[in-house]
Unconditional design. Sequence first.
Length: 297
Amino acid sequence: MLFSKDVQIRDPFVFPVAEEGKYYLFGSTDANIWGKGTGFDAYVSDDLQRWNGPFPVFRPKEDFFSDTNFWAPEVYFYQGRYYMFATFRRKDNGLLGTAVLAADRLLGPFEPYSDGPVTPESWSSLDGSLFVDEEGQPWMVFCHEWQQVGDGEVCAIRLSADLKRAVSEPVLLFRASEAPWTTPYLSPRYPDQVNYVTDGPYVFRASSGDLHMLWAGFIDNTYALGIAKSESGRITGPWKHEEKALYQNDGGHGMVFRTFQGKLVLTIHTPNKTPHERPIFLEVLEDGGRISIGRQL
């Protein structure tokens, strides 16, 4: 049994199972996520405080297309199976991309499902997230990496009904610099370009019916989480950003879920430094279409 303060994880993603009264926690679980990839583990809890695990849910075979940077697994139940959207660095061109894995059980084992990444081959793309629109059309929302484009982008691409491949060109939703709260990211590796970071987009509908997106960036080189709202109520936007960050104390890459008591909860990792990352859980407050953060659970 572990407590949340003992679980090293980045990019936390919670899958509640009401029939079991259990929360399943997925995320980037390699001890050093910046290096060789081992796989993904999961943890299970009934109170978001005490966790059983880790349980291995994905381990790559020798012929897997990546062996480095296994990041940000998100798990969804879709048309009778469990699907994992996760980011990997390709062996063939060294670029990041989000691929789809599948399993018959929530704890896997997950196996490759798409033919490598479904994000554009020539792009460095990460943090793909599933969104199904009002017509039942699945989309992947993802980041076009700031290291490649300078001003990081959040894009969306339509997926085939079986989630195996992209069936449209990417649609640019917004660039990081469009948000009032974010500031340029000073990177010693990229000193000759103006950098704005997009990271970890996650789309959800609030109780009001408004369509919101969480995404992370930086304020004065400190990791932060922002939120935007689709003015059309559709994934294609336009997206209006809040003036201030939702969370700016060196934490981000969040998602929201409802507890078995009906509370809307945000989970993020903080601090943003390996190996100290831990999951935290924050109450989400909804007031007239506005989203804010309450107490830590």
